[in-house]
Write a protein of this length. Sequence first.
Length: 406
Amino acid sequence: MLLDQLKTYVNLGNHYYGLEVIDNQVQIEFHLLEVIRKKGELLIGSQKTFSNLEEIINIVKKGSPLLLSLNTGNVITKVMDSSTNTNLEAKVHNAFPNLDFDNFYFQAQSLGNKSLVTITKKENVNVLLDKIKELKIEVAGFSLGISSLKSIFHFMPQTTFQIYNNQILMENGSIRAIASLIKEKKVQSINYDLNGLTITSEQVLNFGAILSFISEDNHGSSNFEDTFAFLKMEFRAKRRFNLLLKSSLIFILAILFGNFIIFNHYFEKVENLKTTSEFNSANREKLIQLGAMVKKKEERVNALLSSSNSKSSYYIDKIVKTIPSSILLDQLNYQPLIKPVRESKPIEVEDNVILMSGKASNGEVFSDWIEQLEKFTWISSVETMDYDYNNSNSSNFSLKIRMDEN
């Protein structure tokens, strides 16, 4: 079922248009009917009447088939009794003796026990087909007079019914005669129920033409079957080509878009890897630089440590143990730098010197502590570099202890 629907869509589409050309005794008039196939059902779309053929451009969807019905004063139809003679030219000759077959299109359609024989000059049809072709509209077929009634004939009333400016007189299920309606009488439109679809009398022929096209019903015999087949084939070929072209473009765009997504994805990854690589390279250089700096500092520390006596830690421990509880030590600096450390400059330290600073809450205890330090034989001098009173309970001090390790 789905495959059949897809096949129908590819070959015929879902929008169908019927265009009847009539002569209202004042000017040529066009009746347009749109039929839409939706979920396997036919629905009536727009219905338009206009006198300027170019208006069709804004109505008919591109790539949709247009079925033409010519029903003007230049189209002549005769109702004939059906005969056993199935030869088309014989039927036409009986209806229109001495007709020049080379200059006329003719069509014979059996309706009941009657035959409709319709003729018109080829020039009338070809000129109209050329005009529609210039408007970039695809004509998929055409019929003459009321021949397109064939596909819906059994749905129509079996007494009398109206087709815009013609009245079809019925008798025993067959057409008895076709009576022309005078337009000046302002004949009102009549609605007909065709198997659940409401069709106006102005659009009966259009609907018949569309239904015949969709169902591929026999449109009767004619001398333009080759032309009809060519129009249908040309329409299908152009439709398939357009669908294939659109599908190809969509496919190509989808591939390009997919490639763009993949390219963008990997491009971002490559960029991230590049950034990571550059970052790692920069970090590697920094690590090398830091390693060199650490090495230099280690050398400086080693130089500093090598300059100290093995007993320095012992002396510092002794000094710290003598600190009274009323004295709070803030800093102890063994062998302080003479100058700030500079790049590529040797480190200069003050040998055998300890700088101490802190807070003392009792001046007498502080003085006693100084005296105690001076008693150590390995201390050559204790110099009070600073002693400032903060308040009655606290003073800031700074000492310079010089040791004699000889």
